[in-house]
Design a binder for this molecule. Structure first.
Ligand SMILES: NC(=O)c1ccc[n+]([C@@H]2O[C@H](COP(=O)([O-])OP(=O)(O)OC[C@H]3O[C@@H](n4cnc5c(N)ncnc54)[C@H](OP(=O)(O)O)[C@@H]3O)[C@@H](O)[C@H]2O)c1
Length: 320
């Protein structure tokens, strides 16, 4: 079947590292789908801290992560399969899909993805919500079910509980029957209690280590230099999984036989996205989208994400 695609599309690009103002709406060629790839007509693109960490040059300076300039940012996508390359058998034109782009290029009307990082979109949510799921939910899911296996009765503390990763971690841990401690500022308390948090700690008024103790697993989505206070809430033999860079004392960890995992960067597989989608469709997990911006105003979405205080997810509406 011949598909008539436009030659150009609207996309957000940046030509130099810098502040949110370097994000420009431009006309660029529609990418050609190659063998083994899928061309997705993007309906919505999710915004993750990694997007602005790359745009600002922070990821380059701190971790040596380079992108070719100019670049179209964004990994999380939800949309419709527009075309499939040779040898793709798992999806077909017209499928509603969600997942991650292959080379960070989701802030555009069309993007290329590897089908092994896509799944059918959960039917109970729209594209805006679905675009908020892949990276954050997978990071939480991977921490709780792949790096360890949380079981009923354990206590899980989520630092940064109201954020993209945190709000999924709270729900996934709760779904396993864990007792969940959520750490966030006071304005998120009602939201987090609704998601099932058993004990809420407002980090702006109460030091975590004064209230929490005997914790089996800490998921730290905030990181930074004062990680040792989080080690002190763990029970002997407990585990801390950071999703970002943090400083944790090796000797303090060793003295209480604590396990501090490394930060990993992974893309979800179709099977993992499908499993997360099932949890969404059965109502066990919901996605909180606190801000939606049109593609042209991606800079506003980055400003919000970069503030470090967004609730749940920030999403770009690409298809009006
Ligand atoms: N390794 C990976 O594959 C991977 C994947 C996804 C994310 N990450 C990283 O993980 C980190 C979190 O990602 P995210 O998407 O969850 O970020 P996010 O959505 O931007 O997180 C924002 C949340 O962090 C909370 N927060 C800020 N300072 C806090 C503090 N001192 N104590 C407790 N909560 C605090 C905010 O709550 P308040 O408003 O209450 O301050 C806000 O709700 C980022 O650094 C990201 O780059 C890594």
């Amino acid at each position: 079947m011949t598909i008539n695609l436009p030659k150009t599309m609207k996309a957000i690009r940046f030509h130099t590292y810098g502040g949110p103002e370097v994000l420009q709406l431009e006309d660029v060629p529609v990418p050609n789908v190659q063998a083994g790839e899928v061309l997705v007509r993007v309906h919505a693109a999710g915004v993750n801290p990694g997007d602005w960490q790359i745009r600002s040059g922070l990821a380059h300076r701190k971790f040596g992560i380079d992108v070719p300039l100019p670049t179209i940012p964004g990994y999380d996508v939800s949309g419709m399969v527009e075309a499939v390359g040779l040898s793709v058998t798992t999806f077909q034109r017209g499928d509603a899909v969600y997942g991650m782009t292959t080379h960070s290029a989701a802030y555009a009307q069309y993007t290329i993805a590897d089908p092994s990082h896509l799944a059918l979109k959960p039917v109970s949510i729209d594209h805006i919500q679905a675009a908020g799921v892949p990276m954050s939910a997978f990071t939480a899911w991977h921490a709780l079910f792949a790096r360890t296996r949380v079981v009923a009765g354990q206590t899980v503390l989520v630092n940064g509980a109201a954020g993209g990763v945190g709000h999924f971690a709270v729900q996934l841990a709760k779904g396993q029957g864990a007792r969940v401690i959520g750490v966030a500022s006071g304005r998120h308390e009602a939201f987090l209690r609704e998601l099932g948090v058993d004990l809420f700690i407002d980090y702006t008024t109460t030091p975590v280590e004064q209230v929490a103790h005997d914790v089996d697993l800490v998921i730290d989505t905030v990181g930074g230099e004062n990680g040792d206070r989080l080690l002190s809430v763990l029970k002997r033999g407990g585990m801390l999984i950071p999703t970002t860079w943090g400083q944790y004392s090796a000797s303090q960890a060793a003295s209480a036989s604590l396990i501090v995992e490394d930060v990993v960067l992974l893309l979800p597989t179709t099977a993992q996205l499908a499993e997360i989608g099932k949890l969404i469709d059965t109502g066990s997990v919901r996605v909180e989208v606190s801000m939606v911006q049109p593609l042209a105003e991606a800079y506003k979405a980055h400003e919000r994400s970069e503030s470090g205080h967004a609730r749940g997810k920030v999403v770009l509406r690409v298809m009006e």
